[in-house]
Design a protein around this ligand. Structure first.
Ligand code: CP
Ligand code: NVA
Length: 301
């Protein structure tokens, strides 16, 4: 059992969020993962994911091992399948941040232990869980709210589409043509949303997307791996900067969300990210509680 996509927890999102809430409120047993180990492979930079998993594992009584792909034999060409089989003999779970989602799928297929996606080019499910915990705390019932993602339809956007669908929350994406989220993810999200009576809208029209929105979300215009397209992206995405004028298109007092790291003056204006509607540091803190819930869910016997 692995967590590669939000689809893998379609039926369990509520349960994992409940565990996260209980960890945050100190209601869970102490050190439930005593003696367990988690290999944490990073092919890309990270602050929040690394620290939340490492500190989280410590707080759960276990041990996280930070493994940079630069130092692993995998970085020199050792097959993913061999790495999966070897790590399965040493540790109880693997968290991986990878360039290619397909590599993570292969790792999970070959490993005998759970694999957790700590971000790929396609999805960021652990971030999405922390974001939903944040929405629940600030806004309450998912079905009474609407999330609008503005900007590049990237990995973070893909996982948000799926998780909103699972929770029956309406979500729209406002992005320029050519920057839409992955079409297969959109189709899957629509299928799940239909079952849960919610709506997904993908449009280049900011007004349509932001109407009645209670949470506005954005992410960087240039994700890790997109660096060669940086100049063109700055031009194409400029009209989608989240600033005070854009926030006025949403409901009054809508919250502002960002997975971080952010670039002030690009995807978001300082007035918004550092303003009263911003909940970015609650989101960051909730990575810890959500990641503890994920590790508990996947690694507890
Ligand atoms: N939001 C997020 O995943 O942050 P890091 O890249 O710092 O882990
Ligand atoms: N979309 C960003 C998220 C970073 C947490 C990236 O993939 O670089």
């Amino acid at each position: 059992m692995s967590l590669l996509s939000v689809c893998d927890i379609e039926e369990n999102v509520i349960e994992i969020l409940e565990i996260a809430k209980n960890f945050k409120e100190g209601k869970m047993e102490k050190k439930p993962l005593e003696g367990k180990t988690l290999a944490m492979i990073f092919e890309k930079s990270s602050t929040r994911t690394r620290v939340s998993f490492e500190v989280g594992m410590y707080q759960l009584g276990g041990q996280g091992l930070f493994l940079s792909s630069n130092d692993l034999q995998m970085g020199r060409g050792e097959p993913i399948s061999d790495t999966a089989k070897v790590l399965s003999r040493f540790v109880d779970g693997i968290m991986i941040r990878a360039k290619n989602h397909k590599d993570v799928e292969e790792l999970a297929k070959e490993a005998d232990i759970p694999v957790i996606n700590g971000l790929t080019d396609l999805e960021h499910p652990c971030q999405a869980l922390a974001d939903m915990l944040t929405i629940q705390e600030h806004l309450g019932d998912f079905k009474e709210n609407k999330l609008t993602y503005v900007g590049d339809g990237n990995n973070v956007c893909n996982s948000l589409l799926l998780i909103c669908a699972c929770l029956g929350m309406d979500m729209s994406v406002a992005c320029p043509k050519g920057y839409e989220p992955n079409p297969e993810i959109v189709a899957k999200a629509e299928e799940i949303a239909n079952k849960n009576d919610s709506k997904i809208t993908i449009t280049d029209n900011l007004k349509t997307a932001l109407k009645d929105s209670t949470a506005i979300y954005t992410d960087v215009w240039v994700s890790m791996g997109d660096e060669t397209e940086a100049a063109q992206r700055q031009i194409d995405l400029k009209p989608y900067q989240v600033n005070n004028d854009l926030m006025k298109l949403a409901k009054e007092n809508a919250i502002f969300m960002h997975c971080l790291p952010a670039i002030r003056g690009e995807e978001v204006a300082t007035e918004v990210i550092d303003g009263p509607q911003s909940v970015i540091f609650d989101e960051a803190e909730n990575r810890l509680h959500a990641q503890k819930a994920v590790m508990y869910y996947y690694l507890k016997d």
